[in-house]
Design a protein around this ligand. Structure first.
Ligand SMILES: O=c1[nH]c(=O)c2[nH]c(=O)[nH]c2[nH]1
Length: 311
């Protein structure tokens, strides 16, 4: 069944996407801790024959479930590194695993002011996202980790302007010194690689966590909390001259507060809210200080992206 032609297999990666997993950890005090993940696990290595010769003997299943036994299951970054490390170390012919873990939100329900021990609610569509690339071919195996979040929907009803942009004969956009600013924050930050002990000669590799820097990729839970708090604080408090200027401040503050983060990639759609023109009924709803009724516009939106890297 081999098929030869003018081409060659230039790159290859396979695995499983959208693997859904929910895990409960039952505390001795009756308090349950839960996580819900959507996992993607992709593999690279000596896999050519599975494509070129229809030989499946090199294909390892990637949906094997480590969620029951991993001591790291409650931390998306540690779990991603553990899963990737497990896959590339168990099989000599696999060289690289790319594991993405998206965490869905579950918060404890408050009952009479107290957090309930085992009842939860979905407090938003935002996802925390971690990608770990565990590479056995590197000089000493390493895990390169990216943390972040997406779909954090925010809005402020003032404290945002957009003026002094280029105007030419085609420009219809009006300058405003006061407008609604709404965006769905998407951010990803990268760390220096984590060292992995061992070389994957069939023996299980270990995450060699040398605690030289706290807040490194192994501590992504802390970094993720800080990055989210900073993002929300800068969004709320910045007297925004533009989406670009606010984005840049977010990036700088995330780098300043997290010494192990090397760069931050931020994407901010500018979700427009257009004041309704009510002149025809004799009402001023378009002067920025008088604008109270708006039409939220799904499309088009602005899209402002940048990465801020440590100098
Ligand atoms: O903050 C903004 N940045 C832009 O680049 C832009 N472009 C636009 O039409 N509105 C805005 N707002």
């Amino acid at each position: 069944m081999s098929s030869d032609g003018p081409g060659f297999l230039a790159t290859a990666r396979y695995g499983k996407d959208k693997v859904r997993v929910f895990r409960t950890v039952r505390g001795t005090d009756g308090v349950h801790t839960i996580v819900e993940y959507i996992v993607t696990a992709l593999l690279e290595g000596a896999l050519d024959v599975s494509y070129t010769q229809a030989d499946n003997s090199v294909v390892v299943a990637t949906d094997s479930n480590l969620a029951k036994t991993s001591p790291h299951v409650l931390s998306p970054a540690r779990f991603a590194v553990h899963l990737g490390t497990h896959l590339v170390s168990k099989y000599v012919h696999l060289t690289k695993a790319v594991v993405t873990v998206q965490q869905l939100r579950w918060a404890r329900i408050g009952v009479d002011g107290a957090a309930h021990p085992h009842a939860f609610w979905r407090d938003g569509d935002e996802k925390r996202i971690v990608t770990a690339v565990v590479d056995k071919t590197a000089d000493g195996a390493v895990a390169t980790v990216e943390g972040g979040l997406k779909d954090l929907l925010v809005l402020k009803s003032t404290g945002s302007a957009f003026e002094n942009f280029v105007r030419d004969e085609y420009t219809t956009l009006v300058e405003v010194n006061d407008r609604i600013f709404s965006t769905a924050v998407d951010l990803a930050y990268t760390y220096a690689p984590l060292a992995i002990a061992g070389h994957g000669d069939g023996k299980e590799l270990d995450v060699k966590h040398v605690a030289t820097k706290s807040g490194d990729a192994w501590d992504d839970d802390q970094v993720a909390t800080k990055a989210r708090e900073i993002t929300l604080k800068v969004f709320a408090t910045d007297d925004s001259a533009s989406v670009q200027a606010t984005l840049y401040k977010m990036g700088q503050e995330i780098l300043a507060a997290n010494p192990a983060v090397m760069s931050v990639q931020i994407s901010l759609p500018n979700k427009h809210y257009i004041p309704v023109d009510m002149k025809y009924i004799g009402l001023d709803n378009t002067t920025p200080s008088k604008a109270e009724v708006f039409v939220p516009v799904d499309a088009p939106s602005g899209l402002i992206t940048a990465s801020v890297a440590r100098a």
